[in-house]
Design a protein around this ligand. Structure first.
Ligand code: XMP
Length: 527
C-alpha cells in the first residue's frame, strides 16, 4: 500500500480495516474508532481483494451496513480470505447478514422482517466479553435499520441478544472472535454503542496508540522527509483546516513556508486583521497579506447570478494566488488542508454523475498549472481530529471552534448584485448577530450562523420618520458535516432582542427575518 506524502505512516500503528458496503453511516464507525485512539481506514468492498488484505494486514476488520440485500444474487461480498486471516471481525447490519450467509447461515427478507428506528435488545443467558458493560439496566436501546434478518445461525455462532423483530440481534462465534450485530452501534441513538467498540478493540488487542500528540511528531518528521530544503506555499483562508495545516508545516520546516492570505473584500468584520495578526505576530509565520479587494469587487460589479459570482471569484482567486506565489522563488510545494472525508472513496449505488448544486471554491487545479507538488498533512484526519491537533499545536480555542466560512465569503450572503455599501451593512449586522450568539453562550451549539442581506428594501418607521432600508435574514443551523442541517431553535426573546439590536445599531437595515429552512430542501448559504 502506498502512503500519501507528508502523512505519518499508518503501518507503524495497529490498523483496523472497515469494509464499506455502502451504509450512510460508515464514516461514523471510523470516527468512533478514532475517538478510541485506533487507526482505521474505510475501503469500498470492490477494492478489497485478497491481495489488498494481505498488504493492509489489519489487526481487525469491520463490515459496514449497506442498502443491498444478501438474498440477491451478485450482492456485495468481502473476499473469502478475510475469514481465514485469524483476526477478529465485527459485522454490522448488512455486514452481519453477509458474514452469516458466507459462513453457512441463512438470511430472509420479506414481510415481517423489517425494523427501522429505536428498538430494545435483551440479553440471552450466555455471557459474551463483547457485551461487558451492557445490559446493566436489563435491556439496551439500539438503532435498527434493516429490511432482512438472519433466520439461521452459521455453525459455531450463538445468539447473545434479541429484539422484537431481530431474533439474532447480537450473535458471535467467540472461538474465532467473529461478532455480528443487526443494529448500528456507531449511531447516536445506540447510546451504549461506544462500549461495544471499546470491547471489540480490547478483544482484538489494539494498543490505542493513535493520538494527536503522536500524530504531530510523526507528521512533522514526514513533512521534513517529503519537503527537504524546498519551499512550500499555502493559501491561508482563516478556516480551521488551512490554519492547522500551516501551523504543522511551519513547525516542521519553519521559514521554508510562506502563506498567502487573499483578502477579496468579502471577509467579515476585522477578519483579515485577526487572521494575519495571529499567524504573523503570535505564531511567527511568514504571511503575505494580499490586499486585492478592488480587483475582486470590480470584477463582481453588475453580477447577480450565484454561479457566475462563484466562478468569477474562484478564477480570480487562482490568478491572484499564482501572482503572489510566483514571487516566492523556488517554491516546489503547495500545502492543502485536505481531510480524510475528502479522500474516502465512497460506495455509490446510484451510479451516474450527480447534479452540481453549487460550484465550490477551492484552489484545485493550481498544482498542475504551477508545476507544484502537494503537501497534505491532514489527509488521514477527521475534522474533530484536526481540531484536536490544532490545540496540540497551540492554536487558541477561540480560533479552532470558529464556524466554517465559505471561500466566496460574503458574496454568497448578498443575493443579487453586490455593492460595497451592502457589504458594509452586512458586515455590521453580522458582527452584532454573532456578538448576540456569543453573549447568550450559544456559539458552540451552532454549526454555522450568519446574516444574509436581502435584495429588498422595505418601509419602516423609526422615531417620527419613514425609513426605506434593506431587509436581512438571520441564519443559524445545527449540522454534523454540513451535508444536512436543521435550523437552530432560538427563543423568541433572543430573536426579538437581536432584531432590535441590529435595527438600532446598523444603519441601512430596518427589517429582520429568521430563516427556518432545513437542508435539504434549502442549502446553508443563500447562494
Ligand atoms: P451549502 O450552502 O452548500 O453549504 O449548504 C455547506 C457548507 O459548505 C460551505 N460552503 C463553502 N465552503 N467554499 C467553501 O470552502 C465554497 O465555495 C462553499 N460554499 C458553501 C458553507 O458555508 C457550509 O458550511
Amino acid at each position: 500500500m502506498t502512503t500519501p506524502a507528508a502523512v505519518p505512516d499508518p503501518a507503524d500503528h495497529d490498523r483496523l480495516l472497515i469494509i464499506d458496503f455502502g451504509s450512510q453511516v460508515t464514516q461514523l464507525i471510523a470516527r468512533r474508532l478514532r475517538e478510541l485512539n485506533v487507526y482505521c481506514e474505510i475501503h469500498p468492498y470492490q477494492s478489497v481483494t485478497e491481495a489488498f488484505l494481505s498488504g493492509f494486514a489489519p489487526k481487525a476488520v469491520i463490515f459496514s451496513g449497506g442498502p443491498d440485500s444478501v438474498t440477491r444474487d451478485g450482492s456485495p461480498r468481502p473476499p473469502r480470505a478475510v475469514y481465514d486471516m485469524g483476526v477478529p471481525i465485527l459485522g454490522i447490519c448488512y455486514g452481519q447478514q453477509v458474514m452469516m450467509q458466507d459462513l453457512g447461515g441463512e438470511v430472509i427478507s420479506g414481510h415481517g422482517t423489517a425494523e427501522f428506528g429505536r428498538a430494545y435488545v435483551t440479553p440471552s443467558e450466555a455471557r459474551l466479553p463483547l457485551l461487558d458493560g451492557w445490559f446493566s439496566g436489563g435491556r439496551e436501546q439500539v438503532w435498527m435499520s434493516h429490511g432482512d434478518h438472519v433466520s439461521r445461525l452459521a455453525p459455531g455462532f450463538e445468539v447473545y441478544g434479541t429484539s422484537p423483530n431481530a431474533p439474532f440481534a447480537i450473535t458471535a462465534d467467540p472461538s474465532r472472535n467473529f461478532y455480528a450485530v443487526q443494529f448500528h452501534p456507531e449511531v447516536h441513538h445506540t447510546p451504549n454503542g461506544r462500549t461495544l467498540y471499546e470491547n471489540f478493540i480490547r478483544l482484538a488487542g489494539f494498543a490505542g496508540d493513535w493520538t494527536m500528540a503522536a500524530y504531530r511528531e510523526e507528521a512533522v518528521q514526514a513533512i521534513r522527509d517529503q519537503v527537504g530544503r524546498a519551499k512550500v506555499i499555502c493559501a491561508l483562508s482563516g478556516g480551521v483546516d488551512s490554519s492547522v495545516a500551516a501551523a504543522l508545516i511551519h513547525e516542521a520546516v519553519g521559514d521554508q513556508l510562506t502563506c498567502v492570505f487573499v483578502d477579496h473584500g468579502l471577509l467579515r468584520q476585522d477578519e483579515a486583521e485577526e487572521v494575519v495578526g495571529m499567524f504573523r505576530d503570535h505564531m511567527n509565520l511568514h504571511v503575505i497579506h494580499a490586499e486585492e479587494q478592488d480587483r475582486f469587487l470590480t470584477a463582481l460589479e453588475g453580477v447577480s447570478d450565484p454561479e457566475v459570482k462563484r466562478k468569477t471569484i474562484g478564477k480570480l482567486f487562482i490568478d491572484v494566488f499564482q501572482h503572489y506565489a510566483d514571487q516566492i522563488e523556488g517554491a516546489e510545494f503547495l500545502a492543502q488542508g485536505t481531510l480524510y472525508p475528502d479522500v474516502i472513496e465512497s460506495v455509490s449505488f446510484s451510479g451516474g454523475p450527480s447534479v452540481t448544486i453549487k460550484s465550490h471554491h477551492n484552489v484545485g487545479g493550481l498544482p498542475e498549472k504551477m508545476g507544484l507538488k502537494l503537501v497534505e498533512p491532514l489527509r488521514e484526519l477527521f475534522k474533530d481530529e484536526v481540531r484536536a491537533l490544532g490545540r496540540e499545536l497551540g492554536l487558541p480555542d477561540s480560533f479552532i471552534g470558529r464556524h466554517p466560512f465559505p471561500g466566496p465569503g460574503l458574496a454568497i450572503r448578498c443575493p443579487g448584485e453586490i455593492t460595497r455599501q451592502k457589504l458594509d451593512i452586512l458586515r455590521k449586522a453580522d458582527a452584532v448577530y454573532i456578538d448576540q450568539i456569543r453573549r447568550h453562550g450559544l456559539y458552540d451549539e451552532i454549526w454555522q450562523a450568519f446574516v444574509a442581506i436581502l435584495p429588498v428594501r422595505t418601509v419602516g418607521v423609526m422615531g417620527d420618520g419613514r425609513t426605506y432600508d434593506y431587509a436581512c435574514a438571520l441564519r443559524a443551523v445545527t449540522s454534523v458535516d454540513g451535508m444536512t442541517a436543521d435550523y437552530y431553535p432560538f427563543s423568541h426573546d433572543f430573536l426579538g432582542e437581536t432584531a432590535t439590536r441590529i435595527i438600532n445599531e446598523v444603519k441601512g437595515i430596518n427589517r429582520v427575518t429568521y430563516d427556518i429552512t432545513s437542508k435539504p430542501p434549502g442549502t446553508i448559504e443563500w447562494e
